[in-house]
Structures are given as C-alpha cells and as structure tokens.
Design a binder for this molecule. Structure first.
Ligand code: ATP
Ligand code: MG
Length: 158
C-alpha cells in the first residue's frame, strides 16, 4: 500500500516511547512533509520493531536513540542510531546472517535468537532496498536502510 513513511515511522516510534521502561532519549530528524512510499506495512513494522528493540537492548541508561529519515534522489534513507556498546568492524556484515550473534556471553544475557536482522535484510531486499550497519565500538551503532522512492509521486498527492 501507499503510505506516508513519516506518519508510519512516527507511530512505531511512539509505541516504543510510550512503553519504554528505561531512561532512553528518543530524537527524530524527519522532513516536515509527507513522504509516500509503497510498502508492506506489516513487514516493515516487523523490520523496524527489531531494529529499535536491538537499539534499546544495547543502549546504556540515559542513552540517546536517534531516528532519521532522509530523501535521496530516488530512495529514502532511514537510520536508527544508538549509543550502545557497538559492533566490532569484522562483524558488521555477519549480523545480517541467520542466527549470528556477536559475543555469545553478552547476548545470552539479553536474549534473542539472532534472526531479526536476517529477516530485515530479506524484507528490505524484497522491497528493492538495501540495509547495512555502521558502528564504532564503545560509541554506538547505526542501522541504515533504503527504500525506493519516486519524487514525481508527490504531484499526485498535492
Ligand atoms: P532476535 O532479533 O532474533 O530476537 P537478536 O537481536 O540477537 O535476536 P539480530 O536482531 O539479528 O538478533 O541481531 C544480531 C546480532 O547483532 C545481535 O545478537 C547483536 O550481537 C548484534 N546487534 C544488533 N543490533 C545491535 C546494536 N544496536 N548494538 C549492538 N549490537 C547489535
Ligand atoms: Mg534483534
């Protein structure tokens, strides 16, 4: 379906912000207009839920999670950044593999099966987008994904 990604994303973030149990600061950097994209809302909700859950899981108390939405020529770029422990450089691509989890000891405590990002990769790929991770160990992690976007489409909605 065609959805305004800003509204869609805000709803997901609101749900996490209302139910969060720890002191984490949420920051949103979005364009101040609607951005229509064609997506499977259920699948994208699952993808974003996992990325936000990960960000919260690895955030320190008082940490900031930043949500960004950027318009590129024919893509939108969505990123979710945390100030958690980060992912070692050599594992940045592996975290998108099934059942892969960095450091068994630290992640056993925090739970999970290691499927979330593998599913995200599959679903973003099915939407014609791409997903990757950037991280500085000890500083934080950013998960970035793109989705096809047709700026021409704007005209039909205005
Ligand atoms: P599941 O999502 O299936 O419950 P999971 O969260 O462990 O389990 P993924 O979401 O696929 O699995 O993430 C894979 C691994 O990548 C995690 O176990 C963790 O080691 C690492 N990881 C993912 N996101 C972050 C993050 N924001 N900060 C630090 N490490 C992360
Ligand atoms: Mg996960």
């Amino acid at each position: 379906a065609w959805v305004d990604f800003v509204t869609f994303f805000n709803h997901i973030i609101d749900r996490f912000e209302m139910t969060k149990e720890r002191q984490i600061i949420f920051k949103r950097v979005f364009p101040d207009k609607a951005v229509f994209v064609q997506i499977d809302e259920d699948k994208l909700t699952q993808v974003i839920d996992n990325i936000i859950s990960n960000a919260l899981k690895y955030s320190p108390e008082g940490g900031k999670v930043t949500f960004r939405l950027k318009l590129l020529d024919d893509m939108i770029e969505i990123s979710i950044s945390d100030q958690g422990l980060g992912i070692p450089k050599e594992n940045l691509e592996k975290v998108f593999e099934r059942f892969y989890r960095v450091d068994k000891a630290r992640t056993r405590r925090l739970g999970g099966t290691g499927l979330g990002l593998a599913i995200a990769k599959e679903m973003i790929g099915a939407h014609g987008g791409d997903i990757w991770a950037r991280s500085v160990e000890g500083k934080g992690t950013t998960i970035i994904f793109t989705l096809p976007y047709d700026p021409e489409q704007e005209d039909d909605w205005s």
